[in-house]
Design a protein around this ligand. Structure first.
Ligand code: SF4
Ligand code: SF4
Length: 94
């Protein structure tokens, strides 16, 4: 399942999507949990009793502000969360 977290407004669409099928048997040892400097990812057990990850609720309405330090303007050429997630489950819409 692709789970989307974020929102859109007049300035654009700000979503992080997570392909939770890849999280069930994560080949990266849940590297997203420690790879994000703001620790925005957390584990949960979904409706199918599988352990997956999600974006913590307190970040979902402020993603463009919280993530700004990781974007090219912050000196990064690739996002730490996406680099950590070698299975490629994480995508950003902006
Ligand atoms: S590292 Fe990627 S595949 Fe693994 S739990 Fe995190 S988001 Fe899912
Ligand atoms: S861009 Fe940075 S702050 Fe945003 S989720 Fe990824 S690692 Fe965390």
């Amino acid at each position: 399942m692709i789970a989307n977290y974020g929102y859109k407004d007049g300035s654009g669409e700000y979503f992080i999507s997570i392909d939770t099928d890849k999280c069930i048997a994560c080949a990266a040892d849940r590297a997203c949990l420690t790879g994000c400097p703001l620790a925005m990812f957390e584990t949960l057990v979904d409706d199918y009793d599988d352990e997956v990850v999600q974006i913590k609720a307190q970040f979902r309405r402020s993603l463009p502000y919280d993530c700004v330090g990781c974007k090219p303007a912050g000196g990064y050429t690739s996002l730490p969360c996406m680099s950590a997630c070698t299975p490629g489950a994480i995508k950003h819409s902006w």
